[in-house]
Design a protein around this ligand. Structure first.
Ligand code: G1P
Length: 301
């Protein structure tokens, strides 16, 4: 069996170098990861999920123009002093929940946009010879038990590599990395292949990879070859597929939860509605508003 098989996962990579052009003009001046879902930036959801899974070191792969992201994770002394002065304990508490331990976050620059695989590879020295998690903050997952925590628990049983997976409509599979299933065991799926954005006619299944991964250092080694794949980019999927060919220790994991594609406008709006309705302080007013809107639209038809 492969070394490092059951080492604890304490490091996570957050690829956040993308330009976020789908959200122009907003992303002219703010990184996509700072865009807010209800009242928290997208990145906070991914960080909270990672923390819940026991992650201690957070590696951001950034690019030019992402300084707002670094500032977000800094202390905010002026706001804090003002809140203290006014005795606003609730708001101070909200701020405190975003505090990160000193030295827990590292920022690495991806100098050129060569793909997700390349972004992950940029973090190789910080990851070292350990299993690591990758979280794509565009994929926001609402779940009773956070998705990465479910995966870390599964990983403690299986070792190896685990990728989050979910069934998508057949005609949507070509927007994802898609799994070729060897054996379907329910929530765990043993995998015999993985393809990035296959043509609809060539997709091996409709089980798509969602942006949560637990990977072995061997996958990082495969990334080292930096071979371009789908779209001319260096793909993480290809390095995982290489690991399947070599060692057969890759699993798909059907997580329990609802995934929102916050990389698309429709997905972002859906997430906003779902997370808004999940909030005790907003639900009643928001629900009433949504009912009213729907009724108005029906009446106008
Ligand atoms: C990336 C991965 C893809 C995965 C998807 C999940 O694609 O390359 O394998 O299915 O995230 O969101 P992207 O959406 O960045 O094109």
């Amino acid at each position: 069996m492969v070394k490092n098989m059951k080492r604890k996962v304490t490091k996570a990579i957050f690829p956040v170098a993308g330009l976020g052009t789908r959200f122009l003009p907003a992303t002219k001046s703010i990184p996509k990861e700072i865009m807010t879902l209800v009242d928290r930036p997208l990145i906070q959801y991914a960080i909270d999920e990672a923390r819940a899974a026991g992650i201690k070191e957070f590696i951001f792969v950034t690019s030019r123009g992402k300084s707002a992201l670094e500032d977000y994770f800094d202390h905010a002394p002026v706001i804090e002093a003002e809140l203290k002065r006014k005795g606003k304990k609730d708001l101070l508490q909200i701020l405190k929940a975003t505090d990160m331990e000193s030295g827990a976050i590292a920022y690495i620059r991806q100098q050129r946009a060569l793909g997700l695989g390349h972004a992950v590879w940029c973090a190789r020295r910080l990851v070292g010879d350990e299993p690591f998690a990758v979280l794509l903050p565009d994929d926001v997952i609402a779940a009773e038990k956070p998705c990465l925590q479910q995966m870390v628990e599964a990983h403690a049983e299986t070792g190896g590599n685990i990728v989050a997976a979910m069934e998508v409509p057949h005609d949507k599979a070509s927007a994802y990395g898609v799994l070729d299933i060897r054996e379907d065991m329910g929530s765990l799926v043993s995998v015999k292949g993985m393809v990035e954005k296959p043509k609809a006619s060539e997709a091996p299944s409709n089980l798509a990879v969602i942006g949560r991964y637990i990977l072995t250092p061997q996958v990082m080694e495969h990334l080292h070859r930096k071979k371009p794949g789908a779209g001319g980019e260096i793909q993480l999927t290809d390095a995982i597929a290489e690991e399947i060919r070599r060692s057969n220790n890759v699993f798909g994991f059907r997580f329990r939860g609802q995934r929102f594609d916050c990389g698309s406008k429709a997905g972002f709006l859906q997430a906003t509605v779902a997370f808004g309705l999940a909030r005790d302080d907003l639900r009643d007013e928001f629900e009433q508003f949504l009912f009213g809107m729907t009724a108005m639209r029906k009446a106008a038809e």
